[in-house]
Design a protein. Structure first.
Lengths: 214, 214
DNA sequence: GGACAACATTGCACACCGTACAGAGATAGG
DNA sequence: CCTATCTCTGTACGGTGTGCAATGTTGTCC
C-alpha cells in the first residue's frame, strides 16, 4: 500500500495534475485526452496510468465543479431558503463559467464525496425547516433537478455570450401573435428565461411548494 | 420555390428519411452521420445535401421526441394540473425509452415547431389557472426545466436497467449514519429518486408553488 | 435539339478522437 | 546483480465530422 515501496520509475504526474490541466483546458466541453496529455508534455497513453478511461476524468471534473461552489453556503445562520438559494446560485455560476460543465454533471454519475455532502446538507436544511424526512428527501432531489436542469439549459443557450446578449437577441425576434398568441404576448418574459432572475424565481417557487408540505 | 422546377438529379432521400433512420438507430446517443448514411445505403457526404451538419440532425431528433409525447395531452377538459402532469409523464416516458434523448434535449436548442407548440400550450394552461402572463411564462420554464432535468438525471442513472433494478440496487447500499446521518435515515426515499413517483411528487410540488402566485 | 447551369452524389482526404498492445527504460526488493 | 514491477512511448486500429474536386444527371432556355 505504501506508495514508496514499489519498483518502477517515479511517476511524473498525479491524477490531480491531470484534472488541473483538464480544468484549465475546459472550454465548452471536457477536453480530449490527447489535449490534456499535450498540455502536460506527455504522450496520450501516459494518462492511462492514472485514469482508467476518459469517463474517469469527467467524473473527477464533476467533483471539482461541485466543490468549487462553496458547500459551506448551505450552513450558517441565514434563513433556510436563503441558504439553498445562495448555494444554488453559486453552483449555477460555476457551471455557467465553465460551458459544458452542467452537461457533464448530468452525464457522469454524481457519486463523489462532495455530492454526498451537498445532499446531506440539503436534507438537514429541509428537516430544519419542519419537513418530514420523507418530504425532505423528495425536496432535496427536486432542488437538485432544478439547479442542474436550469444550468444545463442556460449553458446550452448562452454558448459563450453574456446573459444580456441572449436577452436582447431574443427580444429582437418577433413572434407571430396569430400562431402563438401567448408566446408573443409574454415574449419579454420568455426572453429572460435563461437569466439568473428566472433561475431565482423558479427556485423560490419550488421552495414554496416544498414548504407547503411541512 | 417550386421543388419541381430546379435542375439536377432527383433527390434520393429526404430530411425526414434521415431522421427516421437516425431514430431507428438511436441507442444511448444520437447515431453517427456515417452510421445513418450506411443504413440509408449512401455515402456519408450525401447527408450534407439535406442537413448542414450533425447538430441539425440532433435538432430534428429533438423535435421528433417532443412530438412523440403527445402534446394534445396538454389540452382537454381535465384539470390544468392533470394536463401538465400527463404530458410531463408522457415526455418522461419517451425520453427514458430512448436513452440519451434527454441529454440531447439539453444540448440541442429547442427551437422547433413542436417545442413552440408545447410552450404555447403550457402558457395557456397557466393563464387559464389564473396566473398573470408573467408568472405563466416563469412557470412554464420552471416546468420545462423540471421535466428535462429530471429525465436527464434518471436516464443517466437508469442506463438501460429498469426502475425497479435501480431502486433495489440502491437499497442494498448501506450509508454510514455517522458520516451522513440524514442520508442514511432517508435512504429508502433517496433510493427512489429516479422513479416516476418522485417525478410526480416534485412536479406537483412545483405546480403548487406556481399556483400560489396566482 | 443542343448548350448550359444547377444540382445530387461520390471518392478522397484531413484532422481529429479514445485506447489497445508491445516494448524500452527505470527502479525497487531480494 | 537479478528480477519483478512499474512508467512511459511508438505504433496502430477503428472510429468520428466534414471540406473539396470530380462525375454524372437533370431541368430550362435559345
Amino acid at each position: 500500500m505504501d506508495e514508496k515501496t514499489r519498483p518502477g520509475p517515479k511517476r511524473s504526474l498525479s491524477a490531480d495534475q491531470i484534472v488541473d490541466a483538464a480544468l484549465a483546458l475546459f472550454d465548452g466541453e471536457a477536453p480530449s485526452i490527447r489535449g490534456v496529455a499535450a498540455r502536460l508534455g506527455v504522450r496520450p497513453n501516459t494518462l492511462y496510468t492514472y485514469l482508467p478511461d476518459r469517463a474517469a476524468m469527467e467524473r473527477a471534473l464533476v467533483d471539482r465543479f461541485l466543490a468549487m461552489a462553496d458547500p459551506d453556503l448551505l450552513t450558517g445562520r441565514r434563513s433556510w431558503r436563503r441558504r439553498v438559494e445562495d448555494y444554488a446560485c453559486a453552483l449555477r455560476g460555476v457551471l455557467l463559467s465553465h460551458r459544458g460543465a452542467a452537461a457533464l454533471l448530468h452525464t457522469a454519475p454524481m457519486d463523489g464525496p462532495t455530492s454526498a455532502l451537498v445532499g446531506e446538507r440539503l436534507l438537514a436544511i429541509f428537516v430544519g425547516a419542519g419537513l418530514t424526512p420523507t418530504h425532505a428527501a423528495r425536496s432535496t432531489y427536486a432542488v437538485i433537478v432544478h439547479v442542474l436542469g436550469s444550468a444545463t439549459l442556460t449553458a446550452a443557450d448562452l454558448n459563450g455570450y453574456t446573459e444580456q446578449d441572449i436577452v436582447t437577441a431574443r427580444l429582437s425576434v418577433t413572434i407571430d401573435p396569430n400562431i402563438l398568441p401567448l408566446t408573443a404576448q409574454t415574449w419579454p418574459v420568455v426572453a429572460t428565461w435563461n437569466t439568473e432572475e428566472q433561475f431565482r424565481w423558479s427556485l423560490r417557487t419550488l421552495l414554496n411548494g416544498c414548504a407547503e408540505t411541512a
